[in-house]
Design a protein around this ligand. Sequence first.
Ligand code: V47
Ligand code: SF4
Length: 397
Amino acid sequence: MTSAIESVLRAPQLQADLRRIGEKVLNQERITPDEGVMLYEKADLSYLAALANFVREQKHGNNTYFNRNFHIEPTNLCVYSCKFCSYSRLIKQKEEGWILTKEQMMDIVKSYDQKPVTEVHIVGGVLPQMNLAFFTDLLRSIKQHRPELHIKGFTAVEYYYMFKKAKVNYTEGLQLLLEAGLDSIPGGGAEIFHPDIRQQICEDKCTGQEWLAIHEAAHHLGIPSNCTMLYGHIEQYWHRIDHLERLRQLQDRTQGMNCFIPLKFLRENNEMSYLNEVSVLEDLRNYAVSRIYLDNIPHLKAYWPMIGKTTTQLSLAFGVNDIDGTIDDTTKIYSMAGAEDQNPTMSTQQLVALIKNVGRRPIERDSIFRPIQDYSEIVFPKNEFVALPVIQNERSN
Ligand code: V47
Ligand code: SF4
């Protein structure tokens, strides 16, 4: 029997260099940086979809993962001034900002006491008073209150600053947080590693090399992490491939990263608002090339609060196999940057419907991607079902 990818590779009009890349993907061989750039520049979206879906189905079949999570954003004040950031307020504009006390954050945790969430994602601005001692104390209190809640906490940017202030090296700092209850590290702060771009969009925070070194130190301590790339602003395709290549090399050394999350630049309320946002087609192209290039990172996530529910459904045909979680309206990072969903929250039923409606198998997972519940056969009571944009129904009309 001929697979879909084999018939795509036989198309007579396909350029020879693109066909060679496709054959590599079919044979599960790694593509080179030049080939990655070529895919971005020359490949048809339908060709990319076929290759990326092949990789996705080799790794995960039809499974599409989500989790039940909420966020805590300790502060939106920040000592840094990333030009793309709509969220942070410099300390001088502090009347527009918030700083949560430990008690306020514990109240957020306690508000989920009767709810079946499995993860808290903690991320925010960088402030001197939110230091290593403050956060180890917070993590200890969370674990004391709810030991089984997975704490995915703090970007490498936040770590870099707090470890420097505390005069500890990366391993010492991470070890302290691990002992206090840290379970994993989110992917934020990576932006674009290449210094030519990084200096223009976020010159005053940690470098790409420092970001990578902190994740590497975490992996050596057995702390898993995610990784991200902020795309669709002033970078070129080869900067994206340079970024993916650095992640692929780190993963070859440590196997510590579970998931890659492309983050689309959103333009409202920041210093880069003069740029247009890239199109949905570009989002899909980026998911597909990322899936093909990062052959050693198991999962590819579409972060639905950022790209919206319809693009999330489409992304499942372009290599994506994870859509993050319920969120419960607990993050402001993307709504402040102009995301279409100003109060991001989805019930389990809605996440399941979103996945099922495009013919995929919805699986709830834990934070390190172990399956918790297969929802493919579960029928929710009718009155709890909330309609979503339904791509499959549009096709079948
Ligand atoms: O590092 C800030 C990005 C990141 C904008 O690990 C923006 O599961 C687009 O990393 N347009 C923080 N992006 C959030 C993050 C994340 C999100 C979801 C899941 C995970 C995970 C991690 O948000 C920052 C920055 O790259 N960001 N401003 C903006 N205007
Ligand atoms: Fe601060 Fe993060 Fe915003 Fe940069 S992206 S200004 S580090 S909150």
